[in-house]
Design a protein around this ligand. Structure first.
Ligand SMILES: Cc1cc2nc3c(=O)[nH]c(=O)nc-3n(C[C@H](O)[C@H](O)[C@H](O)COP(=O)(O)OP(=O)(O)OC[C@H]3O[C@@H](n4cnc5c(N)ncnc54)[C@H](O)[C@@H]3O)c2cc1C
Length: 243
């Protein structure tokens, strides 16, 4: 065995320990630019998953010369069935990288693999109310978090028209992009929300600058403590594959 073959075989073994094999079982266009992709497999049974958490999906060859960066993309879990099925919703965007191309080309029967669920964008059960702020990519995690969530809810989801069927959607604002930056539009929408006087728990996700702008607004203008805000940047113009 050559040294290179030996190294590649070793890397494959390491990768296999972390990746759970899965098959694309079903695909549905849920909004004009969003595809719901159902992954299934025995390895996906009884995973520890909390609503709001995400998985890393193999969208390319892990051993390609381009390396890990273009082989894995991160997607929130829209819904999970412990009998071995998890649903992702992937947004089509004009600069389509490996993630969007994978979603675009996915067909039932295609094989892939995912890493175990992770992430701290999860519901704070002790909060007096819950505030959701983000865009259509964030709405995937928000949908999972809102399912079965009791207590008062507020929120703003910025879109270009792609509205996932979120539980409690009627309690959220759905501003449309107006040609300005996501940061300006999202902060404007959150500023207009009628929030109780005291802080609740905020979940902020989506475009990086928009997330930072919402947190700055909550902290500086509304006096929220930073630790009441769970923030996760999902993407940023010019950056590839945030995780
Ligand atoms: C924790 C987490 C959860 C995520 N959950 C979801 C999810 O549920 N659904 C989902 O669709 N995405 C989600 N994302 C984003 C996802 O991981 C990919 O970044 C996204 O699909 C783009 O991947 P890509 O390979 O096509 O483009 P990349 O190679 O990553 O990026 C290429 C370029 O495309 C542009 N771009 C990237 N995303 C967008 C966008 N949304 N709108 C406009 N331009 C963009 C940027 O300029 C970027 O430089 C999540 C990210 C994280 C970190």
């Amino acid at each position: 065995m050559s040294t290179l073959t030996f190294i590649v075989a070793g890397m494959s073994n390491v990768i296999d320990r972390f990746l759970l094999p899965a098959v694309v079982e079903e695909i549905e266009n849920v909004t004009p630019r969003m595809r719901r992709i159902r992954l299934a497999g025995d390895a996906l049974r009884v995973l520890d998953w909390l609503p709001g958490q995400h998985v890393r999906v193999r969208v390319g060859n892990l051993l390609s010369l381009r390396g890990f960066r273009d082989s894995l993309r991160t997607y929130s879990v829209w819904d999970y069935d412990p009998r071995g099925r998890l649903d992702l919703c992937v947004l089509e965007h004009p600069e389509a990288g490996p993630g969007v191309r994978w979603a675009r080309e996915a067909v039932p029967g295609a094989t892939t693999a995912v890493m175990r669920p992770e992430g701290r964008l999860i519901v704070r059960r002790d909060a007096p109310y819950h505030l959701f702020a983000g865009d259509e990519t964030a709405s995937v995690a928000f949908g999972a978090m809102l399912r079965g969530l009791g207590g008062p809810v507020r929120g703003a989801v910025l879109t270009s028209g792609d509205r996932l069927p979120l539980p409690r959607a009627g309690e959220l604002a759905w501003p449309l992009r107006d040609g300005g930056t996501d940061a300006d539009a999202l902060v404007r929408a959150v500023r207009e929300l009628d929030l109780p006087g005291a802080p609740g728990a905020a979940y902020v996700a989506g475009e990086a600058r928009a997330c930072q702008a919402v947190r700055a607004h909550l902290v500086r203008e509304r006096g929220w403590p930073r630790d009441a805000i769970r923030l996760k940047a999902f993407w940023a113009p010019g950056k590839r594959g945030l995780d």
